[in-house]
Design a protein around this ligand. Structure first.
Ligand code: ZN
Length: 240
């Protein structure tokens, strides 16, 4: 079984479609590490995709907030505005589906985990060595895919030390631990505006980080037409 691993799609249909075209034929199942909605102009289309096509989806902080779980006060004003807009736009069926999403960690196939933030806390960010080490100590399997930061990359954990794994492709060694962020499909924040995702082949023990360009202008235009804050379109050009 080969996996296409997605995270932080954030209602960006153009980014998602570009990823699916780029990865075509290279996976058997799709997994989603959360934040299908929020920020982007196509929450219903993205939720319908996740519902119909993803073998496993977990919830992210924007999914939760859009479904009325938790306190939206935690978010900055731009994020809050997009969450309110998303809640209003989601159909009842899609809202119900988002509300019922499980929190991570969810174990896939008995051998690796999906989380949104970190294995310890779905809302926590794994941003640096320190937070990665803390997350690794709570991980319940050797390989954990996470999202939330919108930064593609990860860490290999060798005993008590970490090694960044940011090559395009790397091998998952049997006895080591891994925290891997596939990148954000819909709102990358690592300075690369292209949509990010990962492919994982457990038989070959290979993870591959991928990037693909998409029609940012079109998504930007939709954001403006939807009346969402313009900054949400502008940041897509910078990937920040
Ligand atoms: Zn996110």
């Amino acid at each position: 079984m080969r996996y296409l691993i997605l995270s932080d799609i954030h209602g960006n249909l153009e980014g998602l479609e570009a990823v699916l075209a780029d990865a075509d034929g290279q996976y058997d199942e799709i997994l989603n590490c959360g934040d299908a909605v929020g920020y982007g102009p196509d929450p219903n289309a993205v939720v319908a995709f996740c519902r119909d096509r993803c073998a496993v989806s977990i919830r992210g902080n924007h999914d939760k907030a859009s479904a009325g779980i938790g306190d939206p006060e935690w978010f900055n004003p731009v994020a809050q505005a997009s969450i309110m807009w998303t809640t209003e736009k989601l159909t009842q069926q899609n809202l119900d589906w988002v509300r019922a999403l499980p929190s991570g960690p969810v174990c896939v196939g008995g051998f690796f985990d999906l989380v949104h933030g970190s294995p310890a806390d779905e809302d926590e960010y794994i941003l640096d060595g320190e937070s990665a080490m803390a997350a690794a100590s709570c991980a319940t399997s050797n390989l954990t895919f996470f999202g939330h930061t919108h930064i593609q990359g990860g860490w290999e954990i060798v005993r008590q030390s970490l090694r960044p794994v940011r090559n395009d492709r790397f091998s998952v060694e049997r006895d080591l631990g891994y925290l891997v962020n596939p990148g954000s499909v819909g709102q990358p924040r690592d300075g690369d505006a292209r949509a990010g995702y990962a492919l994982y082949d457990p038989e070959e023990r290979q993870v591959e980080y991928r990037r693909v360009s998409y029609d940012v202008q079109k998504t930007h235009r939709k954001i403006l037409e939807a009346g969402l804050p313009e900054v949400l379109g502008l940041r897509l050009y910078r990937g920040r």
